[in-house]
Design a protein around this ligand. Sequence first.
Ligand SMILES: Cc1cc2nc3c(=O)[nH]c(=O)nc-3n(C[C@H](O)[C@H](O)[C@H](O)COP(=O)(O)OP(=O)(O)OC[C@H]3O[C@@H](n4cnc5c(N)ncnc54)[C@H](O)[C@@H]3O)c2cc1C
Length: 289
Amino acid sequence: MRAFIPNYQLTTPASLADALALLKSEPDVWKPFAGGTDLMVLLEAGKLPHRNYINIWDLDELRGIDATDTHITLGALTTYTEIQSDPILRSEFPMLCQAASETGGLAIQNRGTLGGNIVNASPAADSPPALLAYDAEIELLSTGGSRWVPYQGFHTGYKQMHIGPDELLARIRLPRNTKGWRHYYRKVGTRKAQAISKVCFAAVSRMDHEQIVDTRIAVGSVAPIIVRCVQTENALRGRKLDTETIKLACDTLSHEISPIDDIRSTANYRLQVAKNLLTDFLLSHGLNG
Ligand SMILES: Cc1cc2nc3c(=O)[nH]c(=O)nc-3n(C[C@H](O)[C@H](O)[C@H](O)COP(=O)(O)OP(=O)(O)OC[C@H]3O[C@@H](n4cnc5c(N)ncnc54)[C@H](O)[C@@H]3O)c2cc1C
C-alpha cells in the first residue's frame, strides 16, 4: 500500500549549517534525504516508518570531487554518473567506476549518491566493497565539528553503523596508493543491469618477485555487512602464488564470511561463488610453481 503523503515532512535548509543545526536541535526527529532512490522505494511501498526528512540535495558543500597528491575526496552527494566521468577515478580507482556503472540503470546513476549507498547500509550494496578495498575514510560532520574515520569498521551489524543522529556523512576520501596494483571487481547477479548482487567481490594486490606483497579484499552479500577479509589477506601476504596458496586463501575465506539463504540465492551458492572469484582474482596474476 502506498504511503499517505501528508504524514511526511520534507524540509529544505538554506545552508549546510542550517541542516546541521536542525539535526542537532531535534535528534532522531530528522533524517537526511539525498537522492531518495532508496527512500522513495520504501515510501512507494508504504514501508517508510520515519516521517521527517531534510533535503540535502542542494548542499553544494557535500558535492564535488577534489584531488591532492595523496588523496581523492568525493562529496557524499557524488552521483554514480559523476564517479564514472572523473578521469582520476577512472585511471586510479577503476573498481569504484565499475561499481557505479553496474549500479541500477541510468536514472538511478544520475540520482543515487555514494553517501546514500553507504548510510543505507545494504549488505548487497555495490560500491562499499570497492571502498573497503581502497581503504576509504569517511568524514562525519555535526555542529560540533568534523571527524574522519576509517570506513572499515563503520558498519557494525545489519543496518547499524557509527553515525550519530546529529551527524551527516560529508565526504569520502581515498588514498592514492594503488598505482601499479592489480584491481579486480566482479558483481554477480541474476542479470547484468538492475540486479541486486548475489555476491560482489573487490580486491587489489601488489606483487613482487612472484610473491604477494600486499592485498586488500572485500566481499558483499555474504554477511550482515560488507566484509573486509582481513584473515584471507593475512593468509596471502608474503606467499608465493601457487595452487597451495589459492587453496589456503579459499579455506580462510570460507571461515571469514557467513552467507545466508534468501530470496535471491542460497548460502552454498554464495560461498562457492565467493571462492571462485577469489581464485579467479589470484589466477589473474599468473601462477608460479
Ligand atoms: C531501481 C533501483 C536499482 C538500484 N540498484 C542498485 C545497485 O545495483 N547497487 C546498489 O548498491 N544500490 C542500488 N540501488 C539502491 C540505491 O540507488 C543506492 O543505495 C543509492 O546510492 C542511494 O543513494 P541516495 O542518495 O538515493 O540515498 P537516499 O535514498 O536519499 O538515502 C538512503 C539512506 O541514506 C541516508 N543518507 C543519505 N545521504 C546521507 C548523508 N550524506 N549523511 C547521512 N545519511 C545519509 C538517508 O537518510 C537514508 O537512510 C538501487 C535502487 C533502485 C530504486
